[in-house]
Design a protein around this ligand. Structure first.
Ligand SMILES: NC(=O)c1ccc[n+]([C@@H]2O[C@H](COP(=O)([O-])OP(=O)(O)OC[C@H]3O[C@@H](n4cnc5c(N)ncnc54)[C@H](O)[C@@H]3O)[C@@H](O)[C@H]2O)c1
Length: 374
């Protein structure tokens, strides 16, 4: 087992900070993983990187991500930059023999993602993609319950990831809606709920989608009069057919006014159902069919140390995990996999499979009909 791993983090924004928190906390929660050494942090400008190095606890900083990737004391590269940079950075890191964590979506296009998968496979490095929400211990239990038949034959899945950070037509144009970075909400939020659906129920075989742009132009900068046409989607509504036989629906929406984090699902089976939303991530509702009709209803399961690895964060139930804890579980598993010389999950290949569903949905929407996920 590798005893120590030098961490190189590219990007110091929203996700850069979440990665920093997670690498710092991972050893406290997972004592058997290699020790993460916060070696170097990079951003577009040296001053941004220096400031973040001080704040996040990295030994060195650089304004040149290539220097980070090439540095011999960096063993693991974490990529938290806009999507358009993922491929170039990941391929450079893999070529330098580094293990790579890349934020989702893996890259702007399926072809680019496949190139990343193949390069990582060839180099034999461990990869991870930032689908942090499925690291929730309650979701692992949900998956295990479905797999063990505790809900009976699965009859349906209704999933959604809705937020409202783009609902205001005056929100300016940004890298998130630049088509060079890939499709819109279907890749940004849709990848999370598609990944969650696959995590719970396995592959999606066919899709029929309605993918649409609602806000057709945005100001080039906050408050600017000049506007730019929006070419990516704001809402995606997808009918899905799982390879296991059941059907379902998935919605991705970043103009869902009032919603901050409605990532959730209802999973129904002949004997019971499960209900989850990230808005209340420490709760899972379980309904068991066939009981006394007068007292039947959803039972609220509260996360606690009985749901591993909750207990590695806190020995007491009801105290609750948070977003950064899910990221810490992700990093703990990733570093543990590197130490043990095995694959981590979800890796580049799983992210590629998720992206296939995204691209099939876009093709289906254009064709106005069902499309097989190739
Ligand atoms: N897993 C999740 O839940 C989650 C949540 C939000 C974002 N994301 C993903 O994380 C990625 C980043 O999103 P964000 O919200 O953190 O964005 P952000 O804009 O907050 O941060 C991006 C960072 O990358 C830096 N950067 C840009 N170009 C760079 C370059 N060439 N070299 C070095 N640094 C560069 C920026 O200066 C900034 O610090 C995206 O792929 C996004 O989809 C994932």
């Amino acid at each position: 087992m590798t005893r120590e791993l030098g961490i190189g983090l590219i990007g110091t924004g929203f996700m850069g900070k979440a990665h920093a928190f997670a690498y710092r906390a991972a050893l406290a929660a997972f004592p058997d993983i290699p020790v993460p050494r916060l070696e170097m942090i990079a951003d577009v400008a040296p001053d941004l990187a220096t400031k973040a190095a001080h704040q996040y606890g990295f030994a060195r900083s650089t304004g040149d991500w290539r220097a980070l990737v090439a540095d011999p004391r960096v063993d693991v590269v974490s990529i938290t930059t806009p999507n358009i940079f993922h491929k170039e950075m990941a391929l450079a890191a893999i070529a330098a023999g580094k293990h790579v964590h890349c934020e989702k979506p893996l890259s702007p296009s399926l072809a680019d993602s496949l190139a990343m998968v193949e390069a990582a496979d060839k180099a034999g490095v461990v990869t991870q993609v930032g689908f942090n929400y499925i690291k929730n211990p309650l979701l692992k239990m949900a998956r295990d319950m479905a797999a063990a038949g505790e809900l009976g034959e699965i009859t349906g899945f209704r999933g959604i990831h809705a937020e409202d950070y783009m609902h205001d037509p005056e929100s300016p144009y940004s890298w998130r809606i630049d088509p060079a970075g890939g499709p819109g909400v279907i890749a940004d939020l849709g990848s999370h709920i598609i990944g969650m659906a696959r995590f719970l129920l396995g592959p999606i075989a066919e899709v029929s989608a309605d993918v649409r742009t609602v806000v057709t132009s945005r100001p080039v900068a906050r408050g600017a009069r000049e506007r730019k046409q929006v070419l990516v989607d704001d809402v995606a509504r997808i009918l899905v057919s799982f390879a296991r036989g059941c059907g379902g629906t998935i919605e991705a929406n970043w103009i869902a006014t009032g919603r901050k984090m409605q990532l959730g699902f209802e999973l129904t089976g002949e004997k019971g159902s499960l209900v989850f939303t990230q808005e209340r991530l420490n709760e899972l509702l379980l309904y068991k069919a066939g009981g006394d009709a007068r007292t039947s209803g959803h039972v609220k399961i509260e996360a606690g140390p009985q749901h591993a690895p909750y207990g590695q964060f806190c020995i007491a139930g009801g105290h609750q995990l948070g977003f950064n804890d899910l990221k810490t579980i992700e990093m703990g598993e990733f570093l543990g996999a590197i130490g043990a010389g095995r694959k981590s999950s979800p890796d580049f290949r799983e992210a590629y499979e998720i992206q296939k569903v995204v691209e099939a949905s876009i093709a289906s929407s254009r064709a106005r009909g069902w499309v097989r996920v190739a």
